[in-house]
Design a binder for this molecule. Structure first.
Ligand SMILES: C[S@@+](CC[C@H](N)C(=O)[O-])C[C@H]1O[C@@H](n2cnc3c(N)ncnc32)[C@H](O)[C@@H]1O
Length: 185
């Protein structure tokens, strides 16, 4: 739950589909950071924020990332964020460069206040590219982020689907329903 005054980071925010309503929910007393490797997306996000009067939303600070393992948030005070969102941004699996990912997650973990929550939300899981739940939980735990909650995926999302990831010349891949996991420091 988001309440007025909260400080939130939306990691991999894209064009701000989630960021903008969050900025409205936490209001002018709150604070929202939005990071992404895509500068153009963050420009659109900033523009979308600017059409909402400052009195009706939190300040929105965009942080373009130069490299995939940057956090863009290393200057944010330790223990100062109430929520961190990772929504359909990172898939962790067999190819995950574990040390780099754990180091990045550790830098995220230090930003959360005690009792704060990092939401890891992945709609769909690619075969081989994504860990199952226990392996994912172990990865986060190595970085000091411990499972605090598990939000059931809505029932309209089926257990699996087929997806032509590489176009029709390749067979479709079978994606499994993902998960919404909550982690705390
Ligand atoms: C499917 S979009 C989701 C955007 C947003 N979270 C949402 O739910 O609407 C994935 C976003 O993650 C960004 N992204 C990919 N790799 C990233 C990384 N290493 N760090 C930060 N953002 C990344 C992409 O540029 C893209 O904007």
């Amino acid at each position: 739950m988001l309440v007025p005054g909260m400080r939130v980071a939306d990691v991999g925010a894209g064009r701000g589909l989630m960021t903008i309503p969050i900025a409205e929910q936490v209001g002018p007393a709150g604070m929202v950071y939005a990071t992404d490797v895509d500068r153009a997306a963050l420009s659109l996000l900033q523009r979308a924020a600017s059409v909402i009067p400052a009195a009706r939303r939190a300040p929105v600070v965009t942080r373009p990332l130069a490299r995939p393992f940057d956090t863009g948030l290393d200057d944010v005070a330790a223990g100062s964020l109430d929520r961190m969102l990772m929504i359909n941004v990172f898939g962790f699996g067999a190819g995950t460069p574990r040390q780099e990912v754990v180091a990045q997650l550790r830098r995220f973990a230090r930003l959360l206040r005690p009792g704060g929550t990092l939401v890891y939300h992945q709609d769909w899981l690619y075969p081989d590219r994504e860990f199952d739940r226990p392996a994912l939980v172990a990865l986060f735990s190595e970085a000091g982020l411990h499972l605090t909650g598990d939000v059931p995926m809505p029932s309209h999302i089926p257990a699996q689907t087929q997806f032509f990831d590489l176009g029709f010349s390749a067979p479709p891949v079978v994606l499994r329903r993902g998960y919404i996991l909550l982690f705390g420091p």
